[in-house]
Design a protein around this ligand. Structure first.
Ligand code: ZN
Length: 352
């Protein structure tokens, strides 16, 4: 059955049969498919493990293995609709990144280089194609939401994307997944107002720079204060430029900020800014490294913090854009805390 047929199906009262609304014919509910109930999409793919970064690297395949195991164990993956993961068309990547950078990355991977641009950004021969899959998942998720096949989605992808600049890799990131998804919404779907909320503990320098002069994309980032936390950008004074002035909102959090400080930031800054902007689509750069157990940063969020933060964003999406929301994994390096936090996040997306 093709995904486009979802709209033609309804679940009968018993829940075990589906009925085509056009013909009235009933058939048994296919295993793993919940046509009327699965309103949250989930992108996962074992090929993401082929991006090998080395035994000591924080951004390693085990991150997604732990997430997949936890989602399975808690029955969450079965409750979601699968988002198809395929290699993105390179014209979409080049709508954000320079041809020169794309060519450099392709060459560095094919020649077996161990990193690109900075030692943090480890690569292997498969990394170029795996990075295309991560972008492909993000683009498919926004296309699926725009087509109303699903209401919202979480993409468990790697490599992450938010540090990647137009013309360079940075901080484990090769292609800027969320920026390419936002560009897809502007260029292909014709939207005029997209909000990107980035709650990864590290400032989204790449996403900010790509959209800093574009008033169609409001980039909001909560992150560890740039005076003490990588990458050292994201001061409150950085507010965009040209036509985009006022469409960049940086909220630096001084360590050891935790749940209460994030609640204040949402109430006083994040949610009012989103209400004023009235987005047509909500994108989340969902890093989970502001968790108190994370080894890469000194902030103090709890696993449950990601529940109310998710609720706040699904409520904003419901208020402004019929619930349209896609969340992309960025960081999160304590694998157990990461897996628990992702489960809380996906459970709340399912409840939205
Ligand atoms: Zn991070």
């Amino acid at each position: 059955m093709h995904a486009d047929e979802y709209a033609l199906l309804d679940v009968t009262t018993s829940g075990s049969m589906i009925r085509r609304l056009d013909t009235g014919n009933e058939t048994a509910l296919p295993t793993g498919m919940y046509p009327s109930m699965a309103r949250t999409g989930l992108a996962q793919d074992e090929r993401f493990a082929q991006h090998q970064t080395g035994a000591d690297h924080a951004e390693r395949p085990q991150r997604l293995e732990c997430i997949a195991a936890a989602l399975d164990e808690r029955g969450l993956s079965d409750s979601c609709a699968a988002v198809a993961v395929g290699a993105v068309d390179m014209t979409l990547v080049e709508a954000v990144h320079t041809e020169d950078y794309v060519a450099r990355l392709r060459k560095a991977c094919s020649e077996g280089e161990s990193f690109i641009d900075v030692p943090d950004s480890a690569i292997c021969p498969a990394s170029f194609e795996v990075a295309r899959l991560a972008v492909g998942a993000a683009v498919q998720a926004v296309d699926d939401v725009m087509a109303r096949r699903i209401d919202n989605a979480f993409c468990a992808v790697r490599p992450p994307g938010h540090h990647a600049e137009r013309d360079a890799s940075m901080g484990f990131c090769l292609f800027n997944n969320v920026a390419i998804a936002a560009r897809r919404l502007l260029n292909h779907h014709g939207l005029d107002r997209v909000v990107v909320l980035d709650w990864d503990v590290h400032h989204c320098n790449g996403t900010q720079h790509i959209f800093e002069d574009d008033p169609r994309v409001l980039v909001i980032s909560l992150h560890g204060h740039p005076g003490v936390v990588y990458p050292g950008t994201g001061f409150a004074e950085e507010r965009g430029s040209g036509d985009g002035e006022g469409y960049t909102l940086n909220i630096p959090m001084l360590p050891p900020s935790g749940d209460a400080a994030y609640r204040r930031a949402f109430d006083e800054q994040v949610l009012p800014a989103i209400d004023t902007f009235a987005p047509e689509f909500v994108l989340l750069s969902a890093g989970f490294d502001a968790h108190r157990l994370d080894p890469l940063a000194p902030l103090e969020l709890e696993t449950e913090s990601f529940a109310w933060m998710t609720d706040a964003m699904t409520a904003a999406a419901a208020q402004h854009c019929e619930g349209r929301l896609v969340s992309l994994l960025e960081g999160g390096y304590h694998v157990d805390a990461l897996a628990d936090s992702v489960c809380v996040h996906v459970a709340r997306l399912l409840e939205a």
